[in-house]
Design a protein. Sequence first.
Length: 455
Amino acid sequence: MTGQREICGGLRIQFSCLPFMPLHCKIGAEVIALNEKQLQEMEQKAYDNGLFVSKLSKADAETAVRKIYAVFKNQGFDYIIINDEGMFRFNGDRLRFAELIADVGELEHGNKYERRLTPYEYDFLRGYVEYGKFALARQSDDIEHPRRTVSRVIVPEDTKAYQRLCRQVIGQEEMKRTLCKLAAVYQFARKREEYSLVSPPIHKVLAFIGPPGTAKTTAARFFAEMMTEEGIIGGSRIAYVTGTQLKAKYVGQTSERVHQIFEGNDIIIIDEAYSLVNYNEAERTDNFSQEALAQLCIEVEDHSDDKLIIFAGYGGKINEKNNKMKKFLSENPGIASRITFTVQFSPYTAEEMLDIFEALAGQATFRLEDGWRELMLPFFEERLKDENFGNGREARRFLEHAMAIAAEKFLRWAAETENNSPYGREREERQRLSILACEDLREALLEFKKEQGWG
C-alpha cells in the first residue's frame, strides 16, 4: 500500500506501508530518497528534540513514543510493557516516522493525539514532529541548492568526553594517547571524503585489551562518546553486552538476536567475547555459541564502516594463562581480521593504586588520615607481584574492607556513649563517619591478607 500526504509548505511524502522500504519525499518534480539509516538518524534527532521540549525523563519519553505510535496505528496501549520481541517490533514502528509526520499534520486542536496523550506527552509529540518537518524541508532545500557538507574539526583532547575520561580514569596514559590518535584518524578520513579524495576505508572495529580492573569498558564508553561528539558516529544508541548475552534461549534464534543488537544500535561494546568459546578440549563449543560467532562475523563485516564496534577483554601485559583475548582471536580469524586497531591497557603501578584508592575514598566522602600512603604502599607493591592481581578492583575491595572495620568501631562507640551528654555529639558523629583512620586501614590490611591466604 502506498500513498501521498502533504505535511507543510507544499512538501508531500510519498510513502510505502511495507516495512523497511525506502522513504521517498516528493517536492514538486523532485523526489528525495531516504534510506533506513538516514531515516533512523532523523528520527533520533527528532526524539532528542522532543525530549528537550517536553522535559520528560528518558523512561517517560520512551513510553510517550510507544503511545504515539499506538495512536498512529489506532491501537490501544496494552503493549507498552513488552518483551524483547516487542521491543524489536517497536523499533520497526519508529521507521515509520515520516508517515507519522504526515498523519499528525498541523496538530489542530482536539486531534486524536491530543485526546489520547497527557499534556507532557503531547509537548513531546510537538517537538518530535516539528523537528521532522524541519529536517524534511531542509532536504528539499538541499535539492534546489546543493552544497558540500563541511564538518567542524574538533581536537580530540578538547572533547568533553575525553576530559571526563581523564578525570575518571587514573593513569593509562598510553591508552589515552591512542584514543586521541584514533579519533584524529577518523576525523581525517571524514574530511578527505568531504573533498571527494579517494581513501581506503578505515573500519571502526577495535579491540580494547588489558589486565582485569584497568578500566577497559569505562574507556570504551568514553571513546564512544568522543566519536559521537565529533560527529563520526551518526547516533548515540549504545549496546553493552557480554559474549554469553549474545546467545538466545532456543536454537535458531541466536543469529537474529545478534542481528537485532547491531541493527538497533550505533555503538556496540562486546565484553568478554571469549566466553562464547569452550576451551575445555574434552567438550566442544555449544551450538548457540557457534551460531553467535558466525553471525558476529557477518555483522562486523556489514557494519564496520557505519557503527563503532569494540571488543574488550583480558590480554596484553598479562600471564599467558589469562590471556583470553589472544587465544580467542587466534582461534577466530574471521573476527580477528576485521579488527582495525588494538588499544592496550597497562597494569597499574603501586603509586597509581594509591591514587585510585584515594579517589574512590573521596567519591565516598571519606577523608584519609595522614600517613595512610606510607602504610599502604608496601601492601600494593607486594600485591603487584601476584598473577591474579585485580588492579583497580582491588582498591575498591580494600576500601570496602576498611569501611567495614570503621563501621564496627563506630557502632561500638555509639553504643558506649549513648548516655553521654548530647553536647557536641553530632559534630563528633560526623567526624567519625567521615574519616578512615590509619588504624582502620591497618586492620583492614590484616583482614584482606588473611582472606587472600598470604602474609
